[in-house]
Write a new protein. Structure first.
Length: 349
């Protein structure tokens, strides 16, 4: 029994990896002090690749399949070891397995608003978040650039690096798309495509393939969103001042609903809301009339002349007689009568 344990410890004849669903990207086969038996079986399952590393150098890369490890099946390792004929003794190399299946629903987002150039607003601070999918496409490059000699390398360890790549390329993606912020917000698919196009070569530099990118939300900070809402509101009403007053009144409705209408309770809110609507209508009417009457106000002398021409002497005399009757009955005082009389006589001058 002890002899069998010794033999099992020294030689490996089956090399394989049963991949767990735990986000592992790279896994080193446990060699300890053991050596690989000549003719040993290497099993690489679908969605996996295996890399042989000998004395710190990547020797061979194996795709899905079952292999008998001989001089013919590991030609690069044979070359590195200068085997000029079939070897029969065990050999020692490190074997790394890589998961090549898609790693889905990887989150990205802007922890703080980022500033971008915008052709409509000049500069905009925006927030965005979404998810992306990727896979290991070049295990040799990924091994040399990222995972290295670790026993296990996971998506959690890579997450920060990939998030940084996304954030670093957002501004460049928007600039290259030449699409205004409002158009991007309305069509997030366009933004996702522009961002993916920017990121594909960046992922490839570390042996990864970006399979998909989504943008789930694109927004402004709250204070900038309020300014944008006002700008949109003004754009909707244009030069129609009546509509502008109605828009302003509508903007005040939430404040009255929160109890700012005065009087307390529902009744007070309703009264405040009614007063606000009425005030908006009156102001709109007065403002519209004022705009229409600008030409007449620009010529006060002409307006006075027209008013004087409209006054008839008979009407003035009839009014004075009525005022005299009111004075006689004590309704008007002598001072009031004299003031009105002087005012009417001026209209005849």
């Amino acid at each position: 029994m002890a002899l069998m344990d010794f033999i099992k410890k020294q030689f490996i004849d089956i090399i394989q990896w049963t991949e767990a669903d735990d986000g592992t990207l790279a896994w080193r086969f446990p060699m300890a002090d053991m050596e690989i038996q000549y003719g040993a079986s290497l099993t690489v399952r679908e969605s996996q690749m295996a890399v042989f590393v000998n004395e710190g150098k990547v020797a061979d890369v194996f795709g899905p399949g079952m292999y008998k490890l001989t001089t013919q099946t590991i030609p690069v390792l044979t070359y590195l070891k200068n085997w000029d004929k079939l070897f029969e003794s065990p050999f020692k190399s490190d074997v790394y397995f890589f998961s090549t299946r898609q790693q889905i629903d990887q989150k990205w987002g802007t922890p703080q608003p980022i500033t971008i150039r915008d052709k409509d607003f000049g500069a905009v601070r925006l927030r965005a978040f979404g998810n992306y999918n990727f896979r290991v496409a070049d295990p040799k490059l990924f091994h040399t650039e990222i995972s290295g000699t670790r026993d296990r390398y996971t998506t959690d360890e890579l997450d920060g690096q990939l998030r940084g790549l996304v954030l670093q390329n957002i501004s460049a993606a928007i600039a290259s798309s030449n699409i205004a912020f409002l158009d991007l917000a309305a069509n997030q698919l366009v933004f996702a495509q522009a961002l993916a196009a920017q990121l594909v070569p960046e992922f490839a530099k570390i042996g990864l393939k970006l399979e998909g990118m989504t943008v789930q939300n694109l927004s402004l900070p709250e204070e900038l969103q309020k300014i944008l809402d006002q700008k949109i509101g003004m754009g909707m009403v244009g030069n129609d001042m009546g509509k502008f007053m109605q828009y302003q009144t509508a903007q005040a409705i939430p404040k009255f609903a929160e109890g700012g209408g005065g009087g307390g309770g529902i009744a007070g809110d309703a009264m405040g809301l009614g007063a606000g609507v009425a005030l908006g209508q009156v102001l709109a009417q007065n403002l519209q009339q004022g705009l229409q009457g600008n030409a007449a106000q620009a010529s006060p002398a002409a307006a006075a002349a027209a008013a004087a021409a409209a006054v008839k002497p008979d009407d003035v005399m009839a009014t004075l007689e009525k005022l005299g009757e009111l004075k006689a009955k004590g309704i008007l005082t002598q001072e009031e009568f004299d003031a009105k009389k002087a005012e009417l006589l001026k209209k005849l001058v």
